[in-house]
Design a protein around this ligand. Structure first.
Ligand code: C2E
Ligand code: CA
Ligand code: CA
Ligand code: CA
Length: 271
């Protein structure tokens, strides 16, 4: 390569090592963040379109870096997954979301379901069900107030224990939803076999102005209901989108039109 690219090679080489160095730095910073308590959860409320009440909220991870300020999850979840750190971070998220939700219930706020995003590595670990049970026992949160969000791609794998994992979680009484629905490879066969409770229609179908999107959204809503699942639309940004979803009998909505993800002290003002 060196001969072919001549002096450009050095630029190439240093670009790679810069990137690699940045990754190593971030990896050690992520470890430190977990140890020093730099992670926070923000919560985005979810509204029932029939009753107009808040029925749930999604916990979304935020990293409050001491120098760089808030770093969004898309900038570090990938690396956390690659390095396996996502397991420890994910344990913290689960624990914190359950603790917070129970604390709100104890204070007398109306009870809502808290949604927690799982990464593939978390879903595939053998101890997952045991961990979830332990966290529910320790925090005292009733299992029906926890919803685990997995993606289609994570569910539709050949890993044979996935179906069993989901069944065990459901037996505990925990809710399981399919996130970003419509962007992965779902098969009707899997959907009817997995005991999931809710589909989350990906925001792309809701807020990208393409002609086919409304037809797609309608059919996802109808399909969910035929399979006895609830359905929520993500990324609702305008009143027109909200009206369309209400007309089509979508169960719930989440999006900037109603509220951005909020830090805990702001979220309680809506409850
Ligand atoms: P996601 O699970 O699909 O989460 C929804 C994302 O859409 C959030 O971005 C949210 O802020 C954003 N959003 C909500 N309403 C609207 C809207 O009306 N319009 C638009 N354009 N966006 C909206 P966020 O918080 O940056 O999270 C990005 C992704 O990071 C999440 O996508 C999820 O895949 C991942 N993530 C977040 N927290 C966790 C976590 O605790 N664990 C894991 N494994 N992944 C997480
Ligand atoms: Ca999600
Ligand atoms: Ca999503
Ligand atoms: Ca996502």
């Amino acid at each position: 390569i060196k001969e072919k690219y001549g002096s450009n090679y050095n630029i190439f080489e240093s670009a790679i090592s810069e990137k690699f160095k940045a990754m190593l730095t971030m990896e050690s910073e992520l470890r430190k963040a977990l140890k020093d308590g730099q992670f926070e959860l923000h919560y985005q409320p979810q509204k029932n379109l029939n009753s107009d009440e808040i029925v749930g909220m999604e916990a979304l991870l935020r990293w409050k870096h001491p120098l760089k300020g808030y770093i969004p999850p898309d900038d570090f979840i990938g690396l956390a997954e690659k390095t396996g750190l996502i397991i420890d971070i994910g344990d913290w998220v689960l624990q914190e979301a359950c603790r917070q939700n129970k604390a709100w219930q104890d204070k007398g706020f109306q009870p809502v379901v808290v949604g927690v995003n799982l990464s593939a590595k978390q879903l595939y670990q053998r101890e997952l069900v045991g961990k979830v049970k332990k966290i529910l026992d320790e925090t005292g949160l009733a299992p029906g107030y926890l919803e685990l969000e997995i993606t289609e791609t994570m569910a539709m794998t050949n890993e044979e224990n996935i179906l069993e994992t989901i069944q065990c979680l459901r037996q505990l009484g925990v809710m399981v939803s399919i996130d970003d629905f419509g962007t992965g490879y779902s098969s009707f066969k899997y959907l009817s076999v997995f005991p999931v409770t809710k589909l989350k229609i990906d925001k792309m179908f809701i807020n990208e102005n393409r002609e086919q999107n409304q037809a797609i959204v309608k059919s996802i809503i109808h399909m969910s209901h035929s399979l006895n699942m609830k359905v929520i639309a993500e990324g609702v940004e305008t009143v027109d989108q909200l009206r369309f979803l209400t007309d089509e009998a979508c169960d719930e909505m989440q999006g900037f039109y109603f509220s951005k993800p909020l830090p805990p002290e702001k979220l309680t003002k809506l409850l």
